[in-house]
Ligand binder design. Structure first.
Ligand SMILES: Cc1cc2nc3c(=O)[nH]c(=O)nc-3n(C[C@H](O)[C@H](O)[C@H](O)COP(=O)(O)O)c2cc1C
Length: 456
């Protein structure tokens, strides 16, 4: 059997998600993100295309590194307004049967006890279709609005995230035994207190006695996604994540990433092949190659220069209003998103000026664009999956949800024809669709399973 690929649809509860300025495009409906009909249409489209999940990005602050102000982000709708990623999920789950949902939540600002409750509740309501994109957050504006005086260092953010996960693992995996809920009417017992345990977590960042507030959900721990790119972030992903998102603009960049992250997973005692890797791509589809490139030019004309400069400044933590547009972007370290800076500062194939980087970053947050006919795009997908060792792709949008619709209508049938993509979902939960039927729960090699039982 040929290598099978997986797909996720990338979206955010904001106008023109991930393509800055595309809210102006006649085909964009992203400005309807405050309307349930928009979400339901997007979810049904992804399910029609047999996607694993809808991945919902999120930030908790404004992009205000550029000119030390949020004005450019407000003007350009740069991930702003930023509505909550969790709220639309129940409605989408009611309109679909198989599609998973991967909201983004920050370990730097959430509390493990309440977050565990929210995701367990959603895992129940969706019948086991929930994932969590674990992020540590990179914007200063998030920190100062959420009780801190400034952004924590990356070291501290990942240390806190590591302990955060220990707490939620204890709540999800170890607090309620499988048969704790007994529904014993004769003995007036709903659940057996002997089988519902406190977790008594005491650590550097959290003190959580428990027990968990929710009985075991279909998957217990939601599927864990992560996207770290710094060495610390990659180690964190290699330890905890079941799937990782990455953003590259070349196959060479992807190859370096996949070999590095699988090596790190092996060093953590995990099966490196079971860490699924999803590079992000922006498909630009035409009925001929010429038509596709003309469409690319037309989309680029909608990109907002100032809005994208503000996005890139927020992603990298560097105020690019201070730079000459023809200045090269250097290889430096940042406490914001290292991967976004490395795309331009560490590209082995090219030195990037700020102007070029901004043009590139405006569509699909700077990720690689697959431009061409459905057959050409399927060729690239196969090449990246095989040569780049990718397990699937995270599909970004130029206009929303139209990019999803075009991909599902034109590229998905081509992938299916080649025998590299499912025609039916494999299981009932998201984890089963990603890892195979019967795999509802975390595997034994995962660190959540290795924690000592809390009741001994
Ligand atoms: C495809 C992709 C999507 C991401 N989505 C989010 C997001 O929604 N919210 C967020 O705070 N960070 C997001 N990130 C950032 C990562 O969580 C991570 O912080 C970033 O890649 C930098 O890695 P580092 O923290 O190891 O430097 C995303 C990254 C990638 C590659």
């Amino acid at each position: 059997m040929k290598k099978q690929i997986h797909l996720n649809g990338f979206i955010q509860n904001s106008p023109s998600p991930h393509s800055t300025g595309l809210w102006k495009h006649e085909k964009d409906q992203g400005t309807s993100h405050n309307n349930l009909a928009y979400w339901i249409e997007a979810a049904k489209t992804l399910e029609r295309g047999k996607f694993d999940a809808m991945f919902i990005a999120d930030v908790l602050g404004t992009y205000s590194v550029y000119e030390n102000s949020h004005d450019a982000a407000v003007r350009g709708a740069v991930q702003l307004p930023a509505h909550d990623p969790l709220i639309p999920i129940s409605a989408m789950a009611a309109a679909t049967e198989h599609l998973g949902f991967a909201p983004t939540i920050s370990t730097t600002y959430a509390q493990p006890y309440s977050l565990a409750r929210q995701l367990s509740t959603l895992d129940h309501l969706t019948g086991g279709r929930v994932a969590w994109n674990v992020v540590t957050s990179y914007l200063e504006s998030e920190a100062v609005n959420l009780g801190l005086t400034g952004r924590l260092s990356k070291e501290l953010r990942y240390n806190r995230a590591d302990e955060f996960l220990q707490v939620v693992y204890k709540l999800w995996e170890h607090s309620w035994e499988n048969d704790a809920v007994v529904y014993d009417q004769e003995n007036d017992t709903f659940a057996d207190p002997e089988r519902v345990h406190s977790i008594n977590h005491e650590g550097e960042f959290f003190s959580v006695p428990g027990p968990h507030l929710v009985e075991p959900s279909p998957q217990r721990t939601p599927v864990l996604f992560q996207a770290g790119s710094s060495p610390k972030g990659r180690d964190f992903a290699a330890k905890h994540a079941e799937a990782v998102f990455t953003k590259n603009h070349s196959l060479d960049g992807l190859k370096l990433y996949t070999s590095d992250i699988r090596r790190r997973a092996g060093e953590q005692g995990r099966n490196p092949a079971e860490l699924l890797i999803f590079p992000m791509i922006l498909p630009i589809i035409g009925s001929t190659e010429e038509e596709a490139y003309a469409k690319y030019e037309e989309l680029t004309n909608h990109v907002s220069y100032e809005g994208t400069a503000s996005l890139l400044s927020g992603h990298t933590g560097i105020d690019f209003s201070q730079f000459d547009p023809d200045q090269y972007i250097e290889d430096i370290e940042t406490d914001a998103m290292q991967g976004n800076l490395d795309m331009y500062g560490k590209d082995p194939n090219k030195k990037w000026t700020l102007r070029e980087a901004i043009k590139n970053h405006g569509l699909g947050n700077g990720t690689v664009k697959f431009i061409g006919t459905p057959e050409q795009i399927a060729d690239e997908i196969e090449r990246w999956a095989i040569e780049g060792d990718a397990d699937g792709f995270n599909i970004a949008q130029a206009y929303s949800p139209g990019t999803f619709t075009e991909f599902v209508d034109h590229v998905v049938p081509e992938l299916q024809k080649r025998g590299i993509y499912r025609t039916e979902y494999e299981g009932s939960t998201l984890r089963e669709n990603m890892f195979g039927r019967g795999r509802k729960h975390l595997p034994d090699h995962h660190p959540a399973k290795k924690l000592a039982p809390v009741h001994l």
